[in-house]
Design a protein around this ligand. Sequence first.
Ligand code: HEC
Length: 218
Amino acid sequence: MTRAASAWSVLLALVATLLVGGASAAAAAADTPGPRAQTILHILDYVGVDYPGAVQDGKVTDESEFKEQVDFVSQTLTMLGELPDRPERAALVTQTRQLLALVQGKGPAAEVTRLAGEIRWAVIKAYQVPVAPSRAPDLRAARELYAARCAACHGAEGRADGPAAKGLDPAPTNFHDPGHHHGGGDHGPPWRGGGRAAGLSADAAGRAGPHRQRCAGP
Ligand code: HEC
């Protein structure tokens, strides 16, 4: 498989995972601590990724983002208290208090990210949160979802040549472009607030930001 072809299948697999995610979230809603623990994981993930954008060298660089980070960690503390008691919970609370103090004290980003990640894994272990889909991605359904929700801009085969792509600035990503890559930071998927929309092209977030309205994801 060529590199471009593999990027394309990765995208289809990603869309399929979103489908599975929706179904399993509905299933998980039926039992505790599923949804609450999942929310804690998402929040800690945000803190790990976004805190470096709010504080640099002990100084707040983005006031609203900084407030959000403090809120997020406080919420995590509250939610931990609402999870069923487990032997590990006291330690989780202690660690999260440390994280809160670190964030409030505008501590080093590397430490915040490390501690948030550590707490995440401890929550996953203590509450046995499933972090992988319980069934294989359904690529056929993913193709249908892609055709219905993404192809208008990204093109039927992912070449950014869909009818709605004309005139978009920035242009939709061509998934066959070998320079394109996924990951955290600026290149995170747009529905998580990443993507070039997050910073590399400042005005895109508000104006183009197609994913904000169209595919509100996890
Ligand atoms: C209304 C047009 C439009 C629709 C519909 C759309 N996209 Fe996009 N997409 C864009 C644009 C524009 C960009 C480039 C954004 C940027 O550079 O900030 C983009 C970028 C992306 C990227 C690359 C992000 C990165 O970090 O490089 C991914 C992945 C993506 N879209 C997936 C999807 C998926 C999956 C769907 C359907 C569920 C979808 N898009 C629907 C317009 C669209």
